[in-house]
Write a protein that binds this ligand. Structure first.
Ligand SMILES: [Mg+2]
Length: 385
């Protein structure tokens, strides 16, 4: 079998689904909160919603597709002007060699960022293609399933009005979630008043859900080291299961120092790329939980290596965000205990009828668990229109 075509299509839709549209205006601390002009909303500085769909077609007509975020429309030129040259004529089953050649060939402009997102989308397409060619779901090709259904945690709880936060948290407990994640309202730009606000937000949720439900909190890179130390002292009594991305992904020294200052486990990695990036996190003992995103870190082929490296150091992997690639990966990886899911909060307006999901047949969790289909490949279809 040989790769015959590589097609890249840009769509003005976010890979994060309806959440991305909502998060443009929802309150949450971000890395740009220290700049007054960008404090109000993430939408004030975030790129336009966009994704790239990469379709790889083999000479027998079998095809697979992968995707990644593409707000800047950089993916199509990277693949069409360069990477596709290293794909045409290759055997799509030889993913290790293909990945290594794409990575080596893109070093001067790649290593992290958009080039790695392009390689990730290609790799995801190749695994989908291999599944379709063999009639097997991707999790089987990866050596799974190790479980028939996967637990998901509820990831939402933006710091909106407190009555809605409490209603929302309560609703997740009623839906059977045993873990949920919130976002913080404030960072160093908001002074001491913001610290009290952050603490009150966490205290409110903990009081609502009781002690038997895990609570996590995402800083989305919005703090600095001293702020985080003081904030963690205030938060320890609420027994957070993890504190996510307190700092920029390159500031590993702050992560490592904060781990020595607080018993709260630290997580991160959604903005990290390749085994080399994750090896630095592991070497510096910077995090307790790694959260690779397969649409950024290098696809299945690279994520397998990252998960194996984590397993050898007693580090848990919990992939970033809900998507079908992460479900297949979790179903085949022993050190992934659960997957992130973005439920629509009970107080929120549902997506307008004009809003279209990217995929058909993506599984939806029920009672905080999700069951994978036995369809070949990734088991989903692209909405064509
Ligand atoms: Mg996060």
């Amino acid at each position: 079998m040989q790769i015959q075509h590589v097609r890249v299509t840009h769509l003005d839709t976010s890979i994060w689904g309806f959440l991305a549209e909502r998060e443009k205006t929802l309150p949450l601390v971000t890395p740009l909160d220290i700049y007054n002009q960008y404090r109000e909303t993430r939408g004030s500085w975030f790129w336009d919603s966009g994704c790239a769909i990469v379709e790889i077609v083999a000479d027998d007509g079998t095809s697979g597709f992968g995707w990644c975020e593409d707000g800047c429309r950089a993916i199509k030129p990277i693949i069409e002007n360069h990477l596709s040259r290293l794909l045409i004529g290759e055997n799509p089953f030889e993913v290790e060699g293909i990945w290594d050649r794409l990575f080596r060939a893109s070093i001067p402009y790649g290593r992290k960022g958009a080039a790695l997102e392009a390689i990730s989308a290609i790799d995801i397409a190749l695994w989908d293609l291999m599944g379709k060619a063999t009639g097997r779901p991707v999790y089987e090709l990866l050596g799974g399933p190790i479980r028939k259904t996967l637990p998901v945690y509820a990831s939402a709880l933006h710091p909106v009005e407190s009555v809605n936060v409490c209603r929302e948290a309560e609703n997740y407990v009623e839906q059977g979630y045993s873990a949920m994640k919130t976002r913080f309202p404030c960072g160093p730009g908001d002074g001491s008043r913001g610290m009290a606000e952050n603490e009150a937000h966490i205290a409110r949720i903990r009081e609502t859900i009781g002690d038997d439900v895990d609570l996590m909190a995402d800083v989305y890179m919005g703090w600095d080291f001293h702020y985080a130390v003081r904030m963690c002292q205030r938060l320890e009594k609420y027994r957070l299961a993890w504190l996510e991305e307190p700092f920029l992904p390159d500031d590993l020294i702050s992560y490592a120092k904060l781990r020595k200052e607080t018993p709260i486990p630290l997580s991160g990695g959604e903005h990290e790329f390749t085994r080399y990036g994750f090896q630095q996190i592991i070497d510096m003992e910077a995090m307790d939980i790694l959260q690779p995103d397969l649409r950024r870190c290098g696809g299945f082929t690279e994520a397998k290596k990252i998960a194996a490296m984590a397993a050898a150091c007693g580090i848990t992997v919990i992939p970033h965000a809900y998507c079908i690639t992460h479900l297949h990966f979790a179903a085949a990886t022993p050190n992934i205990p659960m997957v992130e899911y973005f439920p629509l909060p009970i107080w929120a307006e549902p997506a307008p009828s004009t809003w279209q999901p990217l995929f058909i047949d993506e599984p939806v969790p029920a009672q905080a668990r999700v069951t994978l289909s036995v369809q070949p490949g990734l088991g989903i279809r692209l909405k064509r229109e």
